[in-house]
Design a protein around this ligand. Structure first.
Ligand code: 9MG
Length: 289
């Protein structure tokens, strides 16, 4: 990680190959969230049926999403664990149906190596792992699949992470963790150009930790594209005292700040609005003249 406050990506990869589909990172991009869980915190399970999920994904692409992130296990605080079989049954039919229809890549949000493998075989082109490949066999699966992989920071596990998160310097400790996971991934055979990093907003962090992380995000800029996800999260709701359906404006502010501090991809439920916000960020990129 560098102390640089430069803007956007400078020397890292600006285009990723997601199993044959391109992800252009020369300007900030939106990753649309497609939860296919009955217990999703943000959509109440409205999109758990395959047809509805397909329609939602197509809408997000029309609205400008550069990649769709499909998840079958909720990672919200306290969410119950899902078996491998249930997770596969939720995500694979959706990926199989969507992959031939979408021009943009599909990301699989999972920590389970068997789900990573089945998802990529079904047409996914990226792995989004909130456990940063720490599950047994996940490093080997990521190396073998050779698709981009997002390594996210979390303190604890989704079931316990908000109990009592502790840091001396949250930005430094998140950076150290991510550096260590990059080392482990590269040692396992993951290609450096296939690595993205994510500080994991809301994953084992208090409100103060989340805002310290957002404030210091530029300290995490370095050799790897940064992905951030704050859409509709408690760090917005608890600050404002607003329920999940009234967090759009705060989410756009947070996304804009993150991009101005170097984020390459914003993971969001609110694609159309976030695409507009990121276009403003891109237009305000410092010029040479
Ligand atoms: C699955 N998931 C939920 N929140 C997330 C976040 O902030 N980043 C990433 N990469 N995945 C997330």
């Amino acid at each position: 990680m560098t102390e640089s406050s430069a803007f956007f990506i400078t020397e890292m990869v600006s285009r990723m190959n997601c199993a044959g589909k391109k992800l252009d990172l020369s300007t900030p991009q939106v990753m649309g969230i497609l939860n296919v869980t009955p217990d999703s915190f943000s959509d109440g399970g409205r999109w758990s049926a395959t047809d509805a999920a397909i329609a939602q994904a197509e809408l997000m692409v029309e609205q400008g999403a550069a990649i769709i992130d499909i998840g079958g296990e909720s990672t919200r605080p306290g969410a119950p664990a899902v078996t491998e079989a249930d997770e596969l049954a939720r995500v694979i039919p959706v990926i199989e149906a969507l992959a031939p229809r979408l021009a943009v890549p599909i990301s699989i949000d999972t920590s389970k190596p068997a789900v990573m493998r089945a998802a990529v075989a079904a047409g996914a082109g990226m792995v989004n792992d909130v456990m940063a490949l720490q599950a047994n066999g996940a490093l080997a699966a990521a190396a073998e699949l050779a698709v981009p992989v997002c390594l996210m920071h979390m303190q604890g596990s989704p079931r316990t992470m908000q109990a009592d998160p502790q840091y001396d310097d949250v930005v430094a400790e998140v950076g150290e963790f991510l550096n260590a996971r990059v080392g482990a991934a590269i040692e396992a055979g993951v290609v450096a150009d296939n690595i993205l990093l994510d500080p994991g907003f809301g994953f084992g962090k208090t409100l103060a930790h989340n805002y310290a992380l957002l404030s210091g995000l530029e300290r995490l800029r370095g050799d790897f594209p940064l992905l951030v996800g704050m859409s509709r999260k408690s760090m917005l709701g608890n600050l404002l005292g607003k329920p999940v359906d009234q967090r759009l404006h705060a989410g756009l502010a947070a996304a804009t700040i993150a991009v101005m501090k170097g984020a390459a991809i914003v993971r969001t439920h609110d694609v159309a609005e976030t695409v507009d916000a990121l276009k403003v960020c891109a237009a305000a990129k410092p010029q040479n003249n």
